[in-house]
Ligand binder design. Structure first.
Ligand SMILES: CCCCCCCCCCCCCC(=O)SCCNC(=O)CCNC(=O)[C@H](O)C(C)(C)COP(=O)(O)OP(=O)(O)OC[C@H]1O[C@@H](n2cnc3c(N)ncnc32)[C@H](O)[C@@H]1OP(=O)(O)O
Length: 464
């Protein structure tokens, strides 16, 4: 397993100042799960919301408050502070898309010395915010009345969730952001209440969201892992450091990636594969405790992107999906990853750092096994996932990705260590709004601080 040293934390030689784990932590994607949380009574906003309390033991799964009907929901927006106004952002308009991009670029991330930033772009937002059934009303912003400047945002997209045997309509909430100068003024609770109102009016009462911040109460916590693909560049931009006892050549050799893929029958997914991929996805995801039930149209969007995305060259794509077609023409596996680069500031030699995130995958391998945890089935699946994800690393590197990230969710812990993903320092909390659920394994063991290959994770959903 690549440890902190190998990823460069703490033991530094020369210029680099950050490690991969450190950087992603600073970018506030994550936070230690043990980070001090307040007493429940001090969550002035969250204690008023239908969420599981920290010390509450869940006896039965299901909605927390199912008493409300759409007719009970106010038709008018919540009152806004006098200098500000609500705005429903129209990201089909270039100007409004740019405002969103600028807000998030400057204020969403928290790299303290501002060397790296998420390089969001229009294609990414079109993919992330406009899946089938998207609702403009759920792209909610706040503007300064006098200048019309966009200073806060929150978004929701529709999702059908399955928590164990229960399926329900929900939304996924993402990109909550308040301008740095307006922090700690209770704008976030207002945004959350207003988006809840707009979603409730559509007769939807549950939501899934993730955050690095500890809130009442995570249903699971997953850990990030990082796999350097271009160690030398990561070193040059100050992203990775050189351990005292290693040479640059040794580090490059350690993280070397072959230039071609190995799986026979591997090719890009096409629209015509959707029936087979849909079937594979459903059979594979059934094995998890929390999953998302897609329509074929939704799955096409999430794996192939929208019509515009499909015309982009590989190096500009946001989402990439590959299938394995066997000799009989049957699709046996698929995997996907999405790309969200960082801008590198103050470094003349590089302007961008390619970052990919493992997304959905499925395999026929061992699918006939009665239990997900059957030992023979696990062995076979481990081997298969190792080959598939190795190929994903090759493909990502070929389109300019420098570091490949994965969580400990899905079945990822089966291959992370062997494929040299270094465990990150940070964690991602998953939350359900207005739904009580038993805890879900997150894929790492807090007591031994290792990937939990025994229980693995029950979280099948990948959030952006
Ligand atoms: C049915 C439909 C339901 C739909 C809604 C479902 C719920 C969706 C929930 C949202 C899911 C978002 C998913 C993502 O996008 S997670 C990404 C969050 N964004 C960032 O980290 C970007 C940088 N940070 C910021 O822009 C601000 O610091 C934010 C906006 C995060 C808070 O702004 P600010 O720092 O100026 O604070 P405040 O004075 O306005 O408000 C303070 C209150 O806000 C609570 N707080 C702090 N951080 C978060 C957080 N990440 N999720 C939920 N609540 C959070 C905090 O505990 C306190 O409440 P309480 O402690 O007093 O109780």
């Amino acid at each position: 397993m690549a440890n902190k040293e190998e990823n460069g934390d703490n033991s530094r030689k020369g210029a680099p100042t950050k490690s991969i784990a450190d950087l992603f932590k600073k970018l506030s994607i994550q936070e230690q799960p043990e980070s001090p949380k307040k007493d429940m009574k001090d969550y002035k906003f969250w204690k008023t919301q239908p969420v599981t309390k920290f010390d509450e033991s869940v006896l039965q799964e299901g909605p927390i408050d199912s008493s409300k009907k759409t007719s009970d929901i106010p038709k008018e927006p919540f009152p806004m502070l006098p200098q500000f106004e609500w705005v429903t952002l129209d990201i089909d308009k270039d100007e409004e898309m740019t405002q969103l991009y600028e807000l998030l670029y400057d204020h969403y991330v928290e790299d303290h010395d501002s060397t790296f930033r998420f390089a969001y772009n229009k294609d990414f937002f079109n993919w992330a915010l406009k899946p089938p059934g998207w609702n403009k009303e759920w792209h909610l912003g706040v503007r300064v009345k006098a200048t019309k400047r966009l200073v806060a945002f929150i978004s929701g997209v529709p999702a059908n969730l399955k928590v164990r045997d229960h399926q329900f309509r929900a939304v996924e909430i993402n990109f909550l952001c308040v301008h740095k100068k307006l922090r700690n003024k209770r704008l976030a609770p207002l945004l959350i209440k207003e988006i809840t109102r707009r979603i409730n009016l559509c007769d939807i009462w549950q939501a899934l969201y993730t955050s690095g911040t500890v809130l009442p109460s995570p249903i699971t916590v997953c850990r990030y892992a990082h796999r350097p693909l271009n160690w030398e560049k990561l070193y040059d931009v100050g992203f990775s450091a050189l351990p005292e006892d290693k040479t640059k050549a040794q580090m490059m050799a350690k993280f070397a990636i072959s230039s071609s893929t190995k799986t026979r029958g591997l090719r890009k997914m096409r629209q015509t594969d959707i029936d087979a991929v849909f079937d594979l996805y459903n059979r594979f995801q059934k094995r998890y405790e929390v999953s998302q039930e897609f329509t074929k149209e939704e799955l096409s969007h999430w794996l192939l992107g929208d019509a515009h995305e499909r015309t982009l060259s590989d190096s500009d794509k946001v989402i990439m999906c590959y299938v394995v077609e066997n000799e009989d023409g049957r699709i046996t596996d698929f995997f996907s990853f999405y790309i969200l680069p960082f801008s590198v500031l103050n470094r003349p030699s590089f302007t961008n750092l390619g970052v990919a995130y493992l997304y959905y995958y499925a395999s026929d391998t061992a699918s006939e096994a009665e239990s997900r945890f059957d030992s023979e089935a696990t062995k076979k699946l481990t081997k298969r996932l190792e080959s598939l994800v190795s190929d994903a690393l090759v493909l990502a590197k070929n389109v300019g990705v420098d570091v490949f990230n994965a969580l400990t969710s899905q079945d990822n812990v089966l291959f992370l260590e062997d494929l040299k993903f270094g465990p990150g320092d940070g964690f991602l909390n998953y939350y359900l709004f207005n739904y009580k659920a038993f805890p879900v394994p997150g894929g790492f063991d807090k007591t031994t601080n290792t990937y939990d290959t025994e229980k693995r994770s029950g979280m099948g959903v990948v959030m952006l």
